[in-house]
Design a protein around this ligand. Structure first.
Ligand SMILES: Cc1ncc(COP(=O)(O)O)c(C=O)c1O
Length: 250
């Protein structure tokens, strides 16, 4: 599918580790090598995910991380770029600081893309707890998994060589009508789940995809992220699952 989209204008492949689940990075690397393309990973969700025994952030030419407060590791706002290429890292370091190269010189065009000291301090506070955070999310996800077994829902296919970070708990309902029924049932018990990646991008008036995005459009209409955060209690998970299972019967 990626190969079919490559044209003479293509310079890079941009792929997203959606919901923290790693892409088929080995296959993408092979396509990139064949066509002499760079690979950029949107790893906004992938902090703590591993692939083939090491951090998934080793993959590609650049990985971009989000440290927004909704992420499992966060600095309130901010993010990071990861690359093995020292020259690229140097160029990016200049670009994020107005292009400054010393007090009176510029290396090139840049933006104000720095993380502040306050944000870094928040990150350091959170980093101490990352193992507990990952373990708790796994526990909560497994509880959802067990309790929702009777339901006909789809789950992301996890790469067999991946260590998942349990960043999200997405479920794929049979149809948008079923999803809307579940959302209504959850609102009834004051639970507000997120339709993440909805609406599908090609439906936005200012995006011109140039082609039908049937898979994205279908998944976007049926996928729902259930609440998943460190302080969520098992009682709350049970209550959420009961509301979903009750709605399934009607
Ligand atoms: C897949 C993905 N990429 C990028 C971003 C943007 O991250 P940020 O808000 O830190 O710029 C998000 C935000 O949630 C995201 O979900």
């Amino acid at each position: 599918m990626i190969e079919a989209a490559i044209t003479p204008q293509t310079s890079a492949i941009l792929a997203t580790h959606v919901f923290g689940n790693p892409c088929a990075a080995q296959e993408i690397a092979a396509v990139a090598a064949k066509h002499k393309l760079r690979v950029i990973y949107d790893a906004a969700h992938a902090f703590g995910t591993s692939y083939q025994g090491r951090s998934v952030l080793h993959q590609g030419d650049i990985s971009t991380l989000s440290f927004h407060s909704t992420k499992l590791f966060h600095t309130v706002e901010g993010g990071a770029l990861i690359t093995h290429d020292a020259d690229l890292a140097n160029k990016i370091a200049h670009m994020r600081n107005f292009g400054f190269h010393g007090p009176e010189a510029f290396q090139g065009v840049g933006i104000n893309g720095k993380n502040s000291e306050f944000h870094a301090a928040m990150g350091l506070c959170n980093l101490k707890y990352i193992r507990q955070i990952l373990a708790r999310r796994q526990q909560l996800s497994e509880a959802y998994h067990d309790m929702l077994k009777p339901l006909r829902i789809g789950k992301p296919f996890l790469h067999p060589n991946a260590g998942f970070n349990y960043a999200y708990y997405p479920v794929l309902f049979e149809s948008e009508a079923v999803l809307l029924k579940m959302v209504k049932a959850l609102h009834g018990v004051y639970v507000y789940p997120r339709r993440y990646f909805y609406p599908s991008l090609e439906t936005l008036s200012y995006v011109k995809p140039g082609q039908q995005m049937t898979i994205s459009s279908d998944i976007a209409s049926r996928v729902l992220c259930l609440p998943l955060y460190h302080d969520l209690s098992m009682e709350e998970v049970k209550m959420i699952c009961r509301a979903i299972l009750r709605a399934e019967r009607y």
